[in-house]
Design a protein around this ligand. Structure first.
Ligand SMILES: Cc1cc2nc3c(=O)[nH]c(=O)nc-3n(C[C@H](O)[C@H](O)[C@H](O)COP(=O)(O)O)c2cc1C
Length: 243
């Protein structure tokens, strides 16, 4: 990994308890909660209609929200199969000479993102840590162990209530660095966002709850996944049945 990327990553790593603390007795500042909208009041405006045509896709977009009210009830194995494959798997291609594409865009088709599953609550799948092998569409069992206690330390107490599962996205920087240098980190974050939206919408489609987690313990996650120096955890999604 390029030295500058490593430095930036090290400086922006998240650890619980290191969030900006408010002095005792001070309310949450308004600029933490007030939402701002940019506007050009003196420029001409063209009115736009809210689209009326309802499709399955527009319904999904409207329904998507971050859900955190997980209930301790297993999700189906078929749901996780569907979510992993359609969020980050390989598309089948008629042309064997071309590299297969995926369900999300990737800068220069370098595909730096790796996908892991921390299974706490899936019918028919042992509790533990798995790597999603994109090429063979298989789950590789890294650790067969109940990690629900560890999930609390990695991803936080609040989001772990109701024992959800977690999808962890990491980025292998060197895959993109060879082409884009320092932009590898930026592109990795953007691409994990693309996959994340797929995960959110597929979860909604399967009537499962999903919540993005940017605030997770980077060091503990790196340790659990036993990542090399070149691979950094980027984004996590809690996934489970909700109330
Ligand atoms: C990059 C990113 C990081 C986030 N991190 C967290 C998090 O650590 N914990 C959490 O509960 N929600 C997290 N969220 C979810 C946001 O709180 C949520 O998207 C926002 O409140 C808007 O609500 P909605 O997703 O229901 O539309 C994150 C969302 C994004 C995009």
């Amino acid at each position: 990994m390029l030295e500058e990327i490593k430095k930036f990553y090290e400086k922006t790593k998240f650890k619980f308890g290191e969030l900006q603390k408010l002095p005792k007795g001070i309310e949450v500042p308004l600029n933490w909660i007030r939402v701002f909208y940019k506007t050009y009041p003196r420029f001409p405006k063209i009115e736009l209609k809210i689209p009326e045509k309802e499709t399955e896709f527009s319904k999904l977009l409207k329904k998507r929200v971050s859900r955190r009210d997980f209930k301790d009830c297993p999700i189906n194995f078929e749901d996780i199969e569907r979510i992993l494959y359609l969020s980050s798997g390989l598309k089948s291609s008629d042309n064997e000479n071309l590299q297969p594409k995926r369900f999300y865009p990737s800068a220069g088709a370098r595909y730096p993102i790796e996908v892991y599953l921390l299974a706490n609550n899936i019918e028919g799948l042992s509790k533990g840590l798995y790597h999603y092998n994109v090429k063979s569409n298989t789950l590789e069992e890294i650790l067969k162990k109940d990690l629900s206690g560890k999930s609390i330390r990695l991803f936080g107490q609040d989001i772990s209530k109701g024992n959800p599962n977690f999808i962890i996205l990491t980025g292998v920087m060197s895959r993109s660095e060879v082409k884009y240098g320092l932009n590898a980190y930026r592109f990795g974050l953007i691409e994990s966002g693309h996959i994340g939206q797929n995960i959110y919408l597929l979860s909604e489609e399967q009537r499962l709850g999903c919540c993005a987690i940017g605030g997770f313990d980077n060091e503990l996650t790196t340790k659990l996944l036993d990542l090399s120096d070149d691979e950094i955890p980027l984004y996590v999604f809690a996934l489970g049945k909700t109330n």
